[in-house]
Write a protein that binds this ligand. Sequence first.
Ligand code: NAI
Ligand code: MG
Length: 349
Amino acid sequence: STYKIAAVYGDGIGHEIVPAGLEILQAVARKHQFTLEVEVFEWGAHRYLSAGSFMPEDGLEVLRRFDAVYFGAVGLPEVDDRLPFQLYTYKVRKAFNQYVNYRPVKLLPGVDGPLKFKQAEDIDFVIIRENIEGEFVQNGKIFDADRPHGFATETNLFTRHGIEQVAHYSFQLARKRRKKLTNVTKSNTLIYTLYFWDQVIAEIADQYPDVEYQKLYVDAASASFVLQPERFDVILTTNMIGDILSDLGGATMGSLGLGPSGNINPERNFPSMFEPIHGSAPDIAGQGIANPIGQIWSGALMLEQLGETAAAADIVHAIEQTVGDKILTRDLGGRTTTAEATSILLDHL
Ligand code: NAI
Ligand code: MG
């Protein structure tokens, strides 16, 4: 079969790690005898600086014609940090109803993570972050910012439909894993929106009696990420909590540069988008030292979604072998460059 892939480089290290990821994807495509028709899009904050927008006006219609979007990250120090999310990331997630953000947290063999007292098998769970509602709907206003009485408000929005659909996805995922789901919430203090979130999730939980259901407040959950990560299998949480916890999860894996993610439209009415959990890392961009693994692993998630599960498993296996051989980039304490890490990964394929 043939799949059409839109490769959106974005900014910063996106220009280094997306091409690395594409090399790996093309190699497994050859091996497993399917075709990836890739088109590259030079969109992002650099385009905003020159052309006034992150993507062309018909950008969403362009992406719609593809089977999946393979994305780096957007954002540059010269561009207002509110814009990348508003004008690209959230726009795509929302337009393509990518209401699931799928983020595995897994300690790879060979990585010397910060949790010295944990084994690789202790850190192996998935964060499902609600991806199009909640705290990030950007509905607010700043009033009289420069005046002494100035104030600002911002409203969270949670719909029954939005909660139900991500909850069903999460419980079904738990069924395929270790049958444990933890709802990470903060309903003891956000007593309307997250109280409602909890109520709807508890109703859905009743429909999955075979999945062990537990509710945990995010402050306590943060401690458990460090002290007892083995208690987690599938975590279901909100947009902002999931954003924060996935960087913490990435840190427990040893580096933000390792974490993959999928912005998924489970109904497949629209393309899904796959990107590493980290940003454009302008502090290390252009040096050839970025860790490509989060991007490459995101490619494996993309192939899995496209139905090429054997090829996806091959990529994950090659990642485990590479890291297991202590081929480590600088963020993991090694000296391997992006290009070297990619070519060693290719050898393992
Ligand atoms: P960041 O994730 O880009 O970087 C945080 C730290 O992790 C930096 O020290 C960076 O060097 C390091 N790091 C990240 N990825 C790495 C990799 N693959 N290899 C080695 N080291 C890596 O987060 P930061 O600095 O808060 O944001 C930078 C820009 O990225 C901002 O403009 C921000 O808005 C944007 N951003 C974009 C996202 C997206 O497009 N989805 C997500 C998060 C941030
Ligand atoms: Mg984030």
